[in-house]
Design a protein around this ligand. Structure first.
Ligand code: 5GP
Ligand code: MN
Ligand code: MN
Length: 482
C-alpha cells in the first residue's frame, strides 16, 4: 500500500530513496515470493530500516522475508560502525538463533525401521519445551565462563571435541563478549536452559540426503546421497530474549532523540560509539556464545543417543559437525562499499539471514576455504532442507548473506485455526514416513509444513542470484520439537 517498488533486474526489486530515507531498500525475490512478501508488513519494515543512521548502500529483504519485530525476519542491514548505529530489533529476540548440521556415515537403509526408537530416544534425552531444564545447570561462575568462552568451555567440560570448534563460525567463541553486560535476570533465565531446544519453531531433525547438486563441493562438505545427517535449530533461550529486552528498554530511554526520528519505535538503536552501543554489543556477543554452547551440548548428547540406538561409538559413525551458522546476529565486519573499492567497518545485522561468505574469504574455515562456507537452510518438517555454499556475488549484493529458511506464510494463531496437530503428525507419518514428536499438539499445528513458504523457490532465487549456491538437499526422517 503506497510503497513504490521498481524492478531492477530478475529477482532484484528496489524501493527508491525518498523523503527521510537515507538509502534505497532492496528485495531479492522471484515474482511468486514477492507476492507473498507483499502480504504482510515486510516492505514497510524494510523501508523503515533505511531511516537508521549509517545505513549503507541499501537495506535488504531476502527471498524468505516476513514481518518481524521492527525489522523483517529475512532482513540484512549494514550500519556504519563509526557513524551509524546498532539496533537490537534488527538482530532479533533470539540472539544467535541458528542451525548446525552434523554428518554421520549411516545410510537411510540402516535407519529405516528404527525411526520410532530413535525419535523416542531423542525426545527422552534432549530437553525441550517451555519449561526449565537443560543438559547442564550452571552456577554463577560457569555461566560467566560460558558467556565469555563459548564452545571452548564445552570442550574443557567434556561436551565437545577440538574438531567441533574448527567447524563453527568464530571457532565457537565470539571475541568481545562481555558477561558483565548481561543482566542477572538474563543469566537466571539461562542458567538451567543450557542444552535445551526450547519451544515452537526450534527442532532437532534427523534427515537423509536426497540430492547432491554439486559433487565437488558435496565432497568437500562430506555429503553424499542416502547419507543420514542431523540438523539442530535453536538459539539462546531466555538469556538472549531477556538481553534483547533489557537493551531495547535502555536504548528507548537513553536515545530518545534518535528514536523520535525513526518511523517505528521497534527500530530503537544506539548510536555507534555510545556506551549503550558498546554494552549491547558486548552482551549480544556473550549471548551468541551461550547459543553456541547450547547447540553444542545438544549435538553432543545426540551422539550419545545414536550410540545407544545403533550400538556403535559416535566416532565409528563419524558424527562430525559439518558447520554451525548463526541467523540472528549483528557483527562488526569490514566490507567494500562502493565501486572505488573503499572499505568500511559496519555492524552487519542479519536477522533471519545467514552469512554466506564465498570461496577464498579469510573468515571461511580452512576446511572450506577453497569452496566457500556452508550455508544451512531448513525448509519444514514435511519438506526438504538445503545445504548451500557462500556464492561469488554475496559480497557485492548482500554484504555476504543469504536466506535462512523458507519463511513463514502465516502467524501462529492463524496456523492453529488452520491445522490440527494430531492430524498433521499422522499425515506426516502415513504419507511421508516422517516421525514427529513434540511437547504439544499446538506446536505441531503452529509449525505444520503448510505454514511455511516454498523452500525450493527461496533456494532457487539464492542460487540464481549467486549469493548462495545449491550443494545438497535433505529430507526429514524424524523430528523432535518443543
Ligand atoms: P526461524 O528461525 O525463522 O524460526 O525458522 C527458520 C526456518 O526453519 C523457517 O523459516 C522454516 O523454513 C524452517 N523450519 C521450521 N520448522 C522446521 C522443521 O521442523 N524442520 C525443518 N527442516 N525446517 C523447519
Ligand atoms: Mn529462534
Ligand atoms: Mn531461527
Amino acid at each position: 500500500d503506497g510503497i513504490t517498488l521498481e524492478r531492477v533486474r530478475e529477482h532484484v526489486w528496489e524501493i527508491p530513496q525518498e523523503g527521510d530515507m537515507r538509502a534505497p531498500a532492496r528485495v531479492l525475490a522471484s515474482e511468486a515470493l514477492l507476492e507473498e512478501i507483499k502480504e504482510d508488513k515486510s516492505l514497510e519494515q524494510i523501508k523503515n530500516t533505511t531511516h537508521l543512521p549509517g545505513i549503507t548502500n541499501y537495506a535488504i529483504c531476502m527471498p524468505d522475508a516476513h514481518q518481524g519485530y521492527g525489522f523483517p525476519v529475512g532482513g540484512v542491514g549494514a550500519l556504519d560502525a563509526e557513524n551509524g548505529c546498532i539496533s537490537p530489533g534488527a538482530v532479533g529476540y533470539d540472539i544467535n538463533c541458528g542451525v548446525r548440521m552434523m554428518r554421520t556415515n549411516l545410510t537411510y537403509d540402516e535407519v529405516q525401521g528404527q525411526e520410532e526408537e530413535l525419535v523416542d530416544s531423542l525426545f527422552a534425552n534432549i530437553p525441550s519445551g517451555l519449561g526449565g531444564g537443560g543438559i547442564v545447570e550452571a552456577g554463577v561462575d560457569a555461566i560467566d565462563e560460558i558467556l565469555a568462552r563459548g564452545v571452548d568451555w564445552a570442550l574443557e567440560n567434556g561436551h565437545a571435541v577440538e574438531d567441533d570448534l574448527l567447524h563453527c563460525e568464530d571457532e565457537g567463541m565470539r571475541e568481545g563478549a562481555d558477561p558483565e553486560k548481561v543482566s542477572q535476570k538474563a543469566k537466571d533465565r539461562g542458567k538451567n536452559q543450557i542444552g535445551s531446544l526450547g519451544s515452537g519453531n526450534h527442532f532437532l531433525e534427523v534427515q537423509r540426503v536426497t540430492d547432491v547438486f554439486d559433487s565437488a563441493v558435496g565432497e568437500a562438505y562430506g555429503l553424499e546421497e542416502n547419507q543420514i545427517v542431523v540438523l539442530i535449530h535453536c538459539g539462546s533461550r531466555g538469556l538472549g530474549h531477556q538481553t534483547c529486552n533489557d537493551y531495547l528498554r535502555k536504548i528507548e530511554q537513553q536515545h530518545k532523540g534518535l528514536l523520535d526520528q525513526l518511523p517505528d519505535k521497534e527500530l530503537a538503536a544506539a548510536p555507534a560509539g555510545s556506551q549503550l552501543a558498546e554494552d549491547y554489543y558486548g552482551a549480544m556477543n556473550a549471548a551468541i556464545n551461550f547459543a553456541w554452547v547450547n547447540r553444542q551440548l545438544i549435538m553432543h548428547r545426540t551422539r550419545q543417543v545414536f550410540e545407544r540406538v545403533f550400538d556403535r561409538s559416535w566416532g565409528e559413525m563419524e558424527m562430525e559437525l559439518l558447520y554451525d551458522v548463526a541467523h540472528n546476529i549483528a557483527k562488526k565486519e569490514t566490507h567494500v562499499v562502493n565501486d572505488d573499492g573503499d572499505e568500511r567497518e559496519l555492524y552487519v545485522h542479519r536477522k533471519g539471514a545467514t552469512r554466506a561468505f564465498p570461496a577464498g574469504h579469510p573468515e571461511v574455515p580452512t576446511a572450506y576455504r577453497d569452496v566457500g562456507q556452508p550455508v544451512i537452510i531448513p525448509g519444514s518438517m514435511g519438506a526438504g532442507s538445503y545445504v548451500l555454499r557462500g556464492g561469488e556475488n554475496s559480497m557485492n549484493l548482500t554484504f555476504g548473506s543469504t536466506a535462512h529458511g523458507a519463511g513463514r506464510l502465516m502467524s501462529r494463531t492463524q496456523a492453529k485455526n488452520e491445522f490440527w496437530g494430531g492430524d498433521v503428525q499422522q499425515d506426516l507419518e502415513d504419507q511421508q514416513a516422517i516421525y514427529v514428536k513434540a511437547q504439544s499438539g499446538a506446536t505441531i499445528a503452529e509449525e505444520a509444513p503448510g505454514v511455511y513458504k516454498d523452500v525450493d523457490e527461496v533456494v532457487r532465487v539464492s542460487d540464481e542470484l549467486g549469493i548462495g549456491d545449491k550443494v545438497a538437499r535433505t529430507f526429514p526422517v524424524c523430528n523432535i520439537k518443543g
